[in-house]
Design a protein around this ligand. Structure first.
Ligand code: ZN
Ligand code: ZN
Length: 505
């Protein structure tokens, strides 16, 4: 039941629009974007040759989501200003409501068109609160732009390939998600409101359309630096650093894009190792099997200065749950789970933030820098990249933010007992030069009770002074083992991530 038909203005093939709300489509035969007007069909130019991901949804699919029927009408590929690409699905709910479905780092979002006025694009900044009518208050997570690179099927806008689309992504407490589509910046903005979800909530009843033809053979790529196999275990991987020669490759280009120097330390967990974590994370995931994808050395403060300190991070991946981080800082492992900006009440920051009505007091804020990487990453990681990182603590838990000019990312961390990491991933505590395992991290109270006793506070101060005193010795700092007492549990490459959630439609 086509709503419009005609010959492709470029190749003459027969074209059919299925959804009444579609304004353009990508001709299957010549890959030109064809827009329908009142009178005829117009050619807006050819899309880029970009391989679609081996994704779970495809145009032509039908199914239900939380009891509502949907059909996938089109797919869009956008390029993030930092270089990665991401995809979005144009869907129609209940046969009439425009919607977008997207996935970012294992988390899914479903948003449908809402009749709500949008604030001006220039007025919005990360972490700003925005009321969206009856849907309530949302928090800006990202304000950015994407370049319309490619697509297939039908699309609800008419834009030439290569043009920019401006967007703002927002979230709300309790799983709310919203995106404001500013089009090319001059268009009337459209507000889409919905939820964050997991792929398990989509019931696909009919698999239609073409499955992606060109899969990237990620399993088999070789390091361009030394020729060794470069394992790529996650489909979202953008960059991989060779464990043999340290060269950093772009996975899609299959080219070395950067070299790097030596690491400060050796990873104490083997990359590629799989393990089950029996401790629930902040999203309630427990007993999932995680694969160790990457290793990062990060630091803050000027190198060779008294305020320098460094730490290690391991990127974990599970196909169903996305990414987590295992941060090793001052002898403690923390399991880090990404949160949405709307999960955090930061109205009293930098004094404290709240999550689920629990207060977390600010511990530190600093510029966090990537010094060295091994393995694979879902963003275009670069040695030397920095973000502004803040940590808030409550007992054994922390809330962290990482902020760039366009994006803020929040995460939750909880201290894991070392034996859990040993059992899951074969971690072996290193013996320090003093013949003992490193001291427990002083920045955390040892229990979740919140208020520390005066004696404990004094003990912590003594430990901090001792540790800091040792770190101040130039030789200790220089050999990479000198850790300051203030613990930088920065969290991970949000800036430059290829995510983006909803992008400029
Ligand atoms: Zn054509
Ligand atoms: Zn290599």
């Amino acid at each position: 039941m086509a709503v419009a038909t005609g010959p492709c203005p470029n190749c003459g093939s027969s074209i059919e629009f299925r959804a009444g709300s579609s304004l353009s489509l990508v001709c299957k035969y010549c890959k030109h974007v064809v827009v329908r007007t009142d009178r005829d069909l117009k050619n807006l130019g050819r899309i880029a040759d970009v391989a679609f991901s081996d994704a779970a949804l495809a145009p032509g699919d039908r199914g239900t989501f939380r009891g509502r029927s949907f059909s996938i009408e089109g797919r869009l590929v956008l390029q993030h200003p930092q270089g990665g690409t991401w995809e979005e699905y144009y869907a129609v709910f209940d046969g009439r409501n425009n919607a977008w479905i997207s996935e970012a780092q294992g988390f899914w979002q479903v948003v449908t068109l809402a009749q709500v006025p949008a604030p001006p694009l220039q007025s919005l900044q990360p972490q700003m609160q925005v009321p969206l009518g009856q849907a309530g208050i949302f928090v800006v997570g990202e304000r950015n732009e994407g370049t319309f690179l490619s697509g297939e099927g039908e699309l609800p806008f008419a834009a030439a390939p290569g043009t920019k689309r401006f967007f703002v992504d927002l979230s709300a407490a309790g799983g709310g998600w919203a995106s404001i589509d500013y089009g090319d910046g001059a268009a009337v903005p459209q507000v889409y409101i919905g939820v964050q979800t997991s792929f398990a909530e989509f019931q696909i009843t009919e698999r239609g359309g073409d499955r992606p033809a060109a899969k990237i053979a990620t399993q088999s790529i070789k390091c361009g630096g030394c020729g060794a196999p470069l394992p790529v275990l996650s489909p979202g991987t953008e960059r991989a650093a060779c464990v043999h020669c340290n060269a950093i490759s772009d996975v899609k280009l299959q080219q070395v894009v950067a070299q790097q120097g030596q690491s400060r330390e050796q990873p104490s967990i083997e990359l590629g190792r799989k393990g089950v974590l029996p401790v629930p994370d902040a999203r309630g995931v427990v007993n999932a099997e995680w694969t160790v994808l990457g290793y990062v050395e990060r630091s803050t403060g000027a190198p060779m200065s008294d305020d320098w300190f460094g730490w290690q991070e391991y990127l974990l991946y599970n196909v169903q749950h996305g990414y987590r981080w295992l941060v090793f800082d001052e002898g403690n492992f923390l399991l880090i789970t990404p949160l949405a900006a709307g999960d955090i009440d930061a109205s009293r920051a930098p004094v404290f933030v709240r999550r689920n009505n629990i207060h977390y007091r600010q511990r530190n804020s600093q510029q966090a820098r990537v010094d060295f990487v091994l393995g694979e990453f879902y963003w275009k990681v670069e040695v030397g990249e920095t973000v502004w990182a803040e940590d808030y603590e409550n007992g054994r838990e922390i809330i962290s933010s990482e902020k760039t000019a366009t994006e803020i990312s929040w995460s939750h961390g909880v201290i894991l007992p070392t034996q859990v990491v040993t059992q899951a991933f074969g971690y072996q505590p290193k013996v320090s030069s003093y013949g003992e395992a490193p001291p427990a991290f002083a920045g955390f109270a040892p229990t979740g009770s919140g208020a520390a006793s005066p004696a404990l506070v004094i003990a912590i101060i003594v430990i901090v002074v001792l540790v800091f005193g040792m770190a101040a010795c130039g030789a200790c700092v220089g050999d990479g083992d000198g850790d300051g007492g203030s613990g930088g549990v920065g969290v991970r490459g949000v800036g430059g991530s290829s995510s983006g959630g909803f992008g400029g439609k």
